[in-house]
Design a protein around this ligand. Structure first.
Ligand SMILES: Cc1cc2nc3c(=O)[nH]c(=O)nc-3n(C[C@H](O)[C@H](O)[C@H](O)COP(=O)(O)OP(=O)(O)OC[C@H]3O[C@@H](n4cnc5c(N)ncnc54)[C@H](O)[C@@H]3O)c2cc1C
Length: 172
């Protein structure tokens, strides 16, 4: 599959110190921009350096759970800024994915998503397609009911050892 190369939106492109040459937002490990500390970025718009050279330039994949971990860190860090403290939360950028291929699919856990990894797990089969349908129903229900992270979801992820935030270091 060939896709046109992604780039950042025009509104922020070419702002020195805010974006890289492709228009993606530059952030540190707290999701905060160095030049404009009141700017945080999460998701596809974040500049992530390629992990290595490839014959055709490719971007680093950004997936849902990875982005949720960026969002969790950002929310905590903005709360810290508001309290006059230094941001110290760091997302794990872990990937937990159910990739649906229509009649089957692939499930994978990559911790962290960008190598070197501590966990590499994948499985495939029809169950992934069914699981994705189930997950979609669960996800929409929880969002409609205003519960971004119910306790049972937190508990299940904790049992599986899948975290959104890295342990805070003492020097932070
Ligand atoms: C086909 C496909 C399948 C995927 N499957 C999976 C999967 O199975 N699991 C998984 O974890 N991840 C998957 N991903 C990746 C995941 O969907 C994305 O990483 C995630 O949606 C990115 O979230 P985001 O909020 O950063 O950006 P987006 O979800 O792209 O949101 C950006 C929003 O900004 C809006 N916008 C853009 N420009 C402007 C502007 N100038 N002004 C105002 N609004 C603007 C857009 O309309 C959009 O609503 C998939 C992605 C694709 C494309």
């Amino acid at each position: 599959m060939m896709l046109p190369a992604f780039r950042g939106v025009e509104a922020v492109r070419d702002i020195e110190g805010l974006t890289n040459p492709r228009g993606f937002i530059l952030v540190d490990r707290h999701q905060q921009n160095g030049k404009y500390p009141n700017v945080f970025a999460v998701g596809v718009c974040v500049a992530i350096a390629p992990t290595g050279k490839t014959p055709v330039p490719v971007g680093v994949p950004k997936t849902g759970f990875m982005i949720e971990s960026m969002v969790t860190a950002t929310a905590k860090n903005i709360a810290k800024l508001v309290r006059g403290e230094k941001p110290n939360a760091e997302g794990t950028w872990n990937a937990v994915c159910l990739a649906d291929f229509g009649d089957g699919g692939i499930a994978f856990v990559a911790q962290p998503q960008i190598p070197p990894r501590n966990v590499n797990w994948s499985s495939q089969g029809k169950w992934v397609h069914a699981a994705k349908i189930g997950f979609e129903k669960y996800f929409l229900h929880k969002i409609k009911s205003g519960m971004a992270e119910p306790f049972y979801e937190k508990l299940a992820l904790q049992v599986l050892g899948i975290d959104k935030l890295k342990a805070v270091k003492f020097d932070d």
